[in-house]
Each structure stands twice: as C-alpha cells, then as structure tokens.
Design a protein around this ligand. Structure first.
Ligand SMILES: [Fe+2]
Length: 249
C-alpha cells in the first residue's frame, strides 16, 4: 500500500492542487493529513472541501484556532485566524455547506494511532502545539520524553520543516537523505513538511509518500505568485504571508 501523508496546507489551494495531482500520478492508495488545513492562506473553504475527501485527518492548532478562541498566536496569525473563521462562517451561499465544513473541522481527532504509526500535528506529547525543530535533536531530555510516547514511527507536521529524527538524537533533512528514508527497527519521527507554507528555504510544496518501509519526500513546484497575489488582495492577511511563500521561509 502506498500512503501519502500531507500537512500544513494553510489555505493554499494552488499548492494543494499541485500536491493532489502528484499524489494521483504516483498512484497513492490513501491520503492522510496532519492538520492546519486552514490559517494564513486565502482559500480556507476550498481546502476544507478537498480535505473532506481525505482518508484520515487530525486537528492542527490553526484549525482549532479558527473554531475556538485562538491562543498563543502572533498578531498577524491571529488576524488571519479571525478572517479564516469569518470565511468558514460565510463563504458558501449553498444552505448548510458552511455548517458542514465547520462540523467536519470540529470533529477532527487530536491524534490517530495505526500501529506501527502515530499521526499528530505537533508532537506525541502535545499533539496540537508542541514544536519539534531540527535543533531539538540535541535536546536529549525533550527527545526522550517524546520518543517514550511513540509506538514505533510518528508522522508529524507543525514546524513546516521536513525531515527525520532518530531516537539516538539525529535529524536528517530530505536533502541529507537523498529524498528517501528507510524505516528500520529504530523508532523515528517523520516530519512531512508543509504543503502550503514551507519554511526550510525551499518554496516548493512538500509531502511524503510511504510505501512498505520506504519514506519518500516529494517536492512540487506550484504557482506561488498566484497565491501571494490573492493574499496581497485581502487586507486582513499580512503581506508577509504572501512574501514568505516566495522564499520558503
Ligand atoms: Fe502549520
């Protein structure tokens, strides 16, 4: 079975369409999503519509922020969240459609376990909010506490920085891995990167395909200028949110 794991779409429809097209071309059987379908980007409703077709999905902190009261976000992120909430409440004229999207997001679980995998947005310890950055590979205490909660492999997002953490305290970027990581008996955390707002210096959309014991990191070009232009045209979304798409930061 070939499974696509995607995360952090952030309302970027152009990036999501490019990724979904690639997933279809690669012949994946299933699509799993690790949250943050909305937040920052200009097309939250369209992205939720696509997400409703996925095989499994967990809640992200921006999804939760749009549904409930946002806490711990920067001012720009919070403004984007309030605009996103307004979109979710009003974007469709079709009766009941806004409610369907809202209910879909409300019912998302915080984590999903399918041995040997655990799927979360942030980390096994704090599924919604904890960041595990590449430099945390050197934080033995933090890593030990997180790995204690990992059945064998954990797929995560949230940082928008793809790569693999091993239990012995190493982090490998997709480039260092040549784009492929082979699962072994050793536990690992797989950060699948971000579809709609990559932050590893590469503006291309990122996701992962897992087939047997092979983890493939995929990068896709998409027309980020189109997304950026939409963001620039929405006063509630900071200009920076469009500009960062060009640099992948
Ligand atoms: Fe995110």
């Amino acid at each position: 079975m070939k499974r696509a794991i995607i995360s952090d779409i952030h309302g970027n429809l152009e990036a999501l369409e490019a990724v979904l097209q690639d997933i279809a071309c690669q012949g994946a059987d299933q699509i799993y999503c690790l949250g943050d379908v909305v937040g920052y980007g200009p097309n939250p409703c369209e992205c939720v519509d696509r997400a409703m077709e996925f095989d499994a999905i967990v809640l992200g902190n921006h999804d939760q922020g749009a549904l409930f009261d946002p806490e711990g976000f920067s001012l720009g992120a919070e403004r984007a969240i309030f605009w996103t909430r307004q979109q979710l409440e009003t974007c469709s004229e079709e009766p009941g459609r806004n409610r369907e999207r809202w209910d879909f997001l409300c019912e998302l679980p915080r984590c999903l376990t399918e041995e040997p995998f655990l799927f979360v947005h942030g980390s096994p310890r704090n599924p919604l909010s904890e960041y595990v950055f590449p430099e945390d590979a050197y934080n033995a205490r933090k890593l030990a506490k997180i790995f204690a909660l990992v059945p064998h492999y954990c797929c995560q997002g949230h940082t928008h920085v793809p790569g693999v953490f091993t239990e012995e305290g190493r982090f490998f970027s997709p480039d260092q891995l040549g784009g492929i990581y082979t699962l072994t008996n050793e536990k690992c955390l797989i950060n699948v990167g971000s579809v709609g707002q990559p932050r590893d210096g590469d503006p291309r959309a990122c996701y992962v395909l897992i087939e047997e014991n092979l983890v493939h990191f995929r990068r896709l070009d998409y027309p980020f200028e189109e997304t950026a232009t939409k963001i620039f045209d929405i006063p509630e979304l900071d200009r920076f949110l469009g500009e960062r798409l060009r640099s992948g930061r």
